[in-house]
Write a new protein. Sequence first.
Length: 439
Amino acid sequence: MEQLSLFTQEINLSAPLASRLRPQTLDDYIGQEHLVGKGKVLRQMLEKDRISSMVFWGPPGVGKTTLARIIAHMTRSSFIDFSAVTSGIKEIKDVMKQAESDRMMGLKTIVFVDEIHRFNKAQQDAFLPYVEKGSIILIGATTENPSFEINSALLSRCKVFVLQALTEQDMRRLLHNALRDKRGFGNNTIHIEERLLNAIAAFANGDARIALNTLDMAVLNGKIEEDGSITVQEEILEQCTGKKMLLYDRAGEEHYNLISALHKSMRNSDPDAAIYWLARMLEAGEDPLYVARRLIRFASEDVGMADSQALQTAVAAYQACHFNGMPECNVNLTQAVVYLSMAPKSNALYMGYERAKRDAEKMLNEPVPLQIRNGVTNLMQELHYGEGYQYAHDTAEKLTDMECLPASLKGREYYTPTNQGKEAQISERLRQIKEFKNL
């Protein structure tokens, strides 16, 4: 447990870079614009000094602790930092008594609990009466869904704010600040190529702490020049990150070249090439969820009804990426990529939609046939809504000859199944249906 008062501590230049650069105002805070940007809800609560108990939910390294400290500073409150790992009920109650005493003296107390999901029910319940009385303002931080990990009674008294992973643009700004700020490397001359800063930003994957620690390690191990400046070389950064600098601009041409290579290798039923391009993307720092989303699209666009399990496999891979993250999810994506590569191919769904889209764009005002309109009111029934509707389940064949397309599109065919995989069976089924309707 750590107790601070109004940020009176001195900067420790031997501390890790992430600690030295911790911002003390919202203007210096990077990221979470949806919460602390001009006019946004949390900033307004702070500016009006209307802070209540809250929970910050988000991935590691996005600024949960920093934001709690800024709140304490802006509201002129005593700040108590609890660790869910080392603090028990006795420590909680001792601090609560002190907070209650301070409240009587007109002093606010913010109690920050990092990893609040690690507190058991009894520990969480120990905060409840003091939150209810207003003795403390509780700010909890968690990487887990608070709906499942925080007692409902306590959660109901807290506002939940969702913090997002920092973007690569946020990361680059953070790294440039570290090179300029005197608390960081502002008193030194550091030579580092922009592409290496971009590589660190991508490697950190939204975690500011990882980005700053990586920069710190790279600079401390950089080459000291004759003039006293420091040059960060690519091989040093590779040693610090444990990986080759395959990283690329996710918004640039190479990004699209690689995803194209992956897509076309799977379409060509080449699992070896597909695995290689997958590895190139993941080891370059690509977001695995982006890759998984592309696989979901591929499953319907290039496999479709030829193997309807393909879509389920791709969706399962996305869920696995969400649960596991990198590097554990790389094998989940590999399984999906190999499955999609080896699956029978059909673009019948894609082509069918494209044909329908062209008609829909040209014929936007085609009326819905009366027989398939829903006549739910007397007026609708008087206008013949639903008249002539045939309920397929009432027939032995579960089929009718009712027309469902607008009259101007009668006979139009959009879905043309292939003879690949399971779609061959679907093709035969569709032939039988059309034969029945044409009797």
